[in-house]
Design a protein. Structure first.
Length: 465
């Protein structure tokens, strides 16, 4: 490819990236499904100068960035004034206007609680990744709504608080410190990223408060703490699946990896993939750091081609996804593409388009992965659209906490229940049980990008059968 053409492709990728960030990927708020919801601009109403009080809500304030309906605003004010009947009416009206808003559903269920309740928290990055936060909250809200509608946890309703940690490890630690001192909090769903989970996990461990992350995949979390669990498979499982697919199914043995050296998740997935490929009899001939200031997609792909690479593995994280998608554009489908779950986004479909067709990704769950599960139908009825893997795994984390609370509704009881070899329950992605390491022994789902109409982009992710 000529330098002139490479420059044109790179410029197109950059323009598309700007367009998407500005408001093209709003449909993915709900996973790969109907286009409902509003555009949310990351960081639009967040800042590191927020107080802890501003970051935590049980319904007295909204944490969702962007415009808020008058009905929801009145509901928040009603809860703050302890006018719960008015809050119920306001939030009910707000949900009629925006039925896929999980924060409103959580606040509505909280407003219905009149006496004793069991309380859990969600730690999500509203300030920096509001779309992922809403995906996570959909799973939590669905589980709360389900248990409270059926009589609660042995007759006691579940109350859910929300904390905005901005995916910032230091802020996540501050929130954790606040939560462990509140004896009413019996469990936490979150944090989102591996870096924040590892940072906050030290606090949850010392405060003996269980935290279940639905989305943190770093191998460093395994055996990290007796109080830190996760419902998502680790990078070890994802890397093994990708390496196995590359060598045994695709019959390819030479790969290069693109990763972010500043991300615990990205480093973890890269390292596990390198090891797994080696064990399968292949090799990773080069590693390209997407976080470097002088990173060049064109030069990296050219170098990979000269080294005889057959596969480009994208172990990018959210912060470096744009650069990884430049690699996709420059590659022009010449080398086979593999990727981790942070590439499993609407932006990949919208920017990658035809150049991303055939890319195989390792993810924890896909809505069409288990045709026997009734979770997809229930979630569609509740939200009016398909939900993402973050919603499914967050639902599973909440369901696990509910099952533990049914056995012993204390902090120590929850921890003992989850670590018991007899513990199991059923979630969106099948049976939930935890290993002594805090990991969940669950398989990884491989998905492939194909032309399709379901996402609204002209391209879809579908399970690799």
């Amino acid at each position: 490819m000529s330098q002139k053409n490479e420059t044109k492709i790179l410029a197109l990728a950059l323009l598309l990236t700007v367009g998407i960030v500005g408001g093209g990927a709003w449909w993915f708020t709900n996973g790969f499904g109907s286009k409902i919801g509003n555009t949310i601009v990351p960081g639009s109403e967040a800042g590191n100068n927020l107080s802890l009080q501003d970051r935590i809500s049980f319904g007295d304030k909204t944490l969702t960035p962007g415009a808020v309906s008058a009905e929801k605003k009145e509901g928040v004010q009603a809860i703050a004034a302890k006018s719960y009947d008015k809050a119920i009416a306001n939030f009910t009206d707000a949900l009629k206007l925006n039925p896929n808003d999980p924060e409103t559903l959580i606040f509505l269920n909280n407003a219905r609680i009149r006496s004793k309740s069991y309380t859990i928290m969600a730690s999500v990055p509203f300030g920096t990744d509001p779309n992922a936060s809403l995906e996570i909250l959909r799973g939590i809200a669905q589980a709360q709504n389900q248990v409270n509608s059926s009589g609660g946890v042995k007759g006691v309703p579940l109350r859910v608080g929300i904390a905005n940690d901005d995916d910032n490890p230091e802020i996540a630690k501050q929130i954790a410190s606040s939560l462990v001192t509140n004896s009413e909090i019996l469990g936490v769903v979150g944090p989102n990223t591996s870096d924040s989970t590892l940072a906050a996990g030290t606090i949850y461990n010392s405060g003996q408060l269980v935290a279940i992350s639905p989305t943190s995949t770093s191998v460093k979390i395994s055996n990290f703490s007796r109080y830190v669990f996760r419902t998502v498979p680790s990078d070890f499982m994802a890397a093994r699946s990708l390496a196995n697919y590359m060598v045994r199914t695709l019959q390819k043995k030479n790969a290069v990896v693109f990763f972010n050296s500043q991300s615990n998740y990205s480093q973890s997935l890269k390292s596990e993939f390198v090891s797994s490929v080696s064990l399968e009899g292949g090799q990773v001939s080069s590693e390209f750091d997407l976080s470097k200031a002088d990173f060049s997609a064109a030069k990296s792909v050219e170098q990979a081609t000269k080294q005889g690479a057959e596969v480009l593995m994208l172990a990018a994280n959210t912060e470096t996804l744009d650069k990884a998608l430049q690699v996709v554009q420059i590659n022009q489908k010449r080398l086979t593409l593999l990727a981790g779950d942070d590439v499993y986004t609407a932006k990949t479909l919208e920017i990658g388009r035809e150049q991303a067709v055939g890319m195989v990704l390792a993810v924890s769950w896909h809505i069409d992965g288990d045709r026997k599960s009734d979770f997809p139908q229930k979630s569609r009825r509740l939200w009016g659209a398909d939900v993402s893997w973050r919603s499914a795994l967050s639902y599973d984390a909440t369901v696990a906490l509910i099952a533990a609370l049914k056995l012993n509704p204390t902090r120590s009881g929850v921890q003992q229940a989850l670590t018991s070899s007899d513990f199991f329950t059923t979630g969106a992605s099948g049976t939930i049980r935890f290993l002594a390491s805090g990991d969940r022994n669950a398989p990884v789902q491989l998905v492939k990008i194909v032309p399709g109409s379901r996402s609204g982009t002209g391209y879809d992710f579908e399970p690799v059968r």
